[in-house]
Write a protein that binds this ligand. Structure first.
Ligand SMILES: Cc1cc2nc3c(=O)[nH]c(=O)nc-3n(C[C@H](O)[C@H](O)[C@H](O)COP(=O)(O)OP(=O)(O)OC[C@H]3O[C@@H](n4cnc5c(N)ncnc54)[C@H](O)[C@@H]3O)c2cc1C
Length: 555
């Protein structure tokens, strides 16, 4: 029998052979190490990538004076995490436990390795991704202390989860030591949610941007230059556009307001993405795309929200939420969509606690071993139901209509109906949420007979369609009645009577909005197919059209 735990360990901490180390040594230099030497500290953003050649190095989580060893690396193993490639801060410190020698490779050189050495690149990337998953489960990094009733605490937890930021949630109502911990860091329960980073940086109810800045998650970009292409949103469409834009020679910047990967980043397993027969997580897809975009020279600023768009002298000015603007010759709107909320009393009370709009590892951990209900008949609902079926004793899948086959892909439908612990409830709607501070049950109603039934679900997952993220485009480009961006032939002639069109003798290109040179790709576009592959494809296609626009405009 194959021991999967060994396989997982060897992905997370692979031992490089002599040949592989020989290749890597061309990119770095060897350095002697001594016991107690710190190779990098949690919070560092400029550290090197290290391979242990001789001796031992331990990875430590140090919080409030309590140092915990998370891993020990011996000769042949390399240190580090995805953040070495993204330029974000390290979560653990690396301390030499037994002196010897390391191979040190700078971040820039490591990027060369990723580009030039495909075999090594694969081993390193896989290990980095596996390590991040491990850290997410291990309870290290940022501490978030707050009440389960607090919307701001839910916001910060969502931000941490969507960015796959290793963190520990300390609930005031549940953890008897929470108040003492707050006191130790000079905070009161009334000032929560409080975040503590590296056992020293304490923030009281920070904004996402403030938190991102202090923990080194924020990655900026030079704002003063004029970019050939600015992409708004870094979900599959935006990341696709960034990779194609930069690889085809356009100076490209992507702005992302929350976390790379967009909705896809919240998916625990995407199984229908071409070329990945075993499926891949949204985080893995986004991380790989980010490394690829970076390799071609695309800049990605996170979290950075676009709040407005205006045209001036043939250029586009994109206003930023924290002030300032960035100038572009062309724009791809890839700001996607977000899921709709159920119209049920007291929903807000449970959101972020027992009501979720994504089914990732973070949500699954919160309802492990308890029954869950999933609302929705699309592919995301089906995936969520299957994923949760592996973690909870029973999953109720609620749909308003009578036929799941109308909205769900066949392959998913088959698996959902075959799963023994998934109970499909057709013609069913949620009427009441039971419980005071956590969900104790869900009252549902058969919309034909009016019969009500209480499900013992302790968590509710909602996947009932989407609203467009187009607030920043209002008044700038034409939107359909639901707020999605109109493009190409969907635009009516009145939109094209504006000055910007009169000076050119052509119709809008496919994917082009009512502003020439502003394109829309992915879920934000009216009539789009809500799939990862189509979003990536539209991102690539929009770049092709940007080239055409730039060629005939000459800006
Ligand atoms: C749980 C789940 C599972 C899914 N599983 C699958 C699957 O298995 N297969 C499949 O094909 N599809 C799946 N989908 C659908 C797929 O994820 C989407 O179709 C796809 O993500 C759309 O990509 P996008 O880039 O157009 O938009 P999004 O993924 O919505 O990304 C848009 C990004 O723009 C950012 N943004 C929004 N406004 C601004 C602003 N003003 N400034 C800066 N940034 C902004 C958002 O934060 C977001 O990150 C799933 C969706 C979900 C939610």
């Amino acid at each position: 029998m194959i021991d999967r735990s060994d396989e997982i360990r060897s992905t997370r901490a692979p031992k490089l052979n002599e040949d592989q180390i020989e290749v890597l040594s061309r990119y770095g230099e060897t350095r002697k190490t001594e016991v107690g030497q710190v190779l990098f500290r949690a919070g560092d953003t400029t550290n090197d990538f290290f391979v242990v050649l001789e001796g031992e190095v331990e990875m430590i989580d140090d919080f409030a004076g309590e140092a915990r060893t998370i891993a020990v690396f011996l000769a042949g193993r390399f240190l580090g995490e995805l953040n070495i490639l993204t330029g974000q801060a390290m979560y653990l410190s690396a301390v030499v436990r037994k002196g010897g020698e390391v191979l040190a490779i700078s971040r820039e050189q490591l990027k060369e390795v990723v580009t030039e050495e495909p075999n090594l690149s694969d081993i390193i990337l896989k290990a980095f991704l596996a390590r991040r998953s491990y850290l997410m489960r291990t309870g290290v990094g940022l501490r978030i202390i707050g009440s389960r009733h607090s919307g701001d605490a839910a916001r910060l937890r969502e931000f941490a989860a969507r960015n796959r930021l290793p963190h520990v949630w300390i609930e005031l109502e549940e953890d008897p030591d929470a108040e003492a911990l707050l006191e130790k860091f000079g905070a009161k329960p009334s000032e929560t949610p409080v975040t503590i980073w590296q056992g020293e940086d304490v923030l009281k109810n920070p904004t996402n941007a403030e938190l991102a800045r202090i923990i080194g998650l924020k990655v900026g970009a030079p704002w003063e230059r004029t970019y050939d292409l600015v992409v708004i949103g870094a979900g599959p469409a935006g990341l696709g556009a960034s990779v194609y834009g930069a690889s085809e020679g356009l100076s490209t910047l992507a702005l992302e307001s929350v976390a790379l990967g967009g909705q896809a980043g919240t998916s625990s397993r995407i199984e229908n993405y071409l070329g990945f027969p075993a499926g891949l997580s949204g985080f893995e897809l986004a991380s790989r795309a980010l490394v690829q975009a970076d390799k071609f020279g695309a800049r990605t600023a996170v979290p950075e929200k676009a709040v407005s768009l205006k045209r001036e002298d043939g250029y586009y000015l994109i206003g930023l939420s924290e002030g300032g603007e960035v100038v572009a010759r062309s724009v791809i709107a890839a700001s996607g969509a977000r899921y709709r909320r159920l119209d049920v009393p007291r929903l807000g009370l449970f959101e972020g606690v027992s009501v979720h709009y994504a089914a990732t590892e973070a949500e699954a951990q919160r309802c492990e071993g308890k029954e869950a209900a999933v609302v929705g008949g699309g592919n995301s609902a089906g995936q969520a139901a299957l994923f949760l079926a592996g973690r909870t004793p029973r999953v109720y899948l609620l749909i308003r209509g009578d036929d799941l086959g109308k909205s769900m892909s066949r392959y998913l439908l088959d698996r959902v109906t075959e799963a023994e612990n998934v109970e499909l409830l057709p013609n069913t709607e949620v009427r009441e949420l039971m419980g005071e501070d956590r969900l104790d049950g869900v009252v549902v109603e058969d919309n034909r007979s009016g019969t009500r039934r209480t499900l013992g679900a302790r968590a509710l997952f909602v996947f009932i369609g989407a609203e467009a993220n187009t607030g920043w485009l209002e008044g700038a480009v034409e939107l359909d009645e639901r707020g999605f961006v109109l493009t190409g032939r969907e635009l009516d002639n009145s939109a094209l009577e504006e000055d910007a069109w009169r000076e050119r003798s052509r119709e809008p290109y496919p994917l082009e909005t009512s502003l020439p040179g502003v394109f829309a790709a992915g879920d934000v576009r009216s009539g789009s197919i809500k799939r990862c592959a189509s979003a990536v494809g539209e991102g690539a296609m929009a770049v092709r059209l940007v080239h055409q626009y730039l060629a005939d405009t000459g800006v």
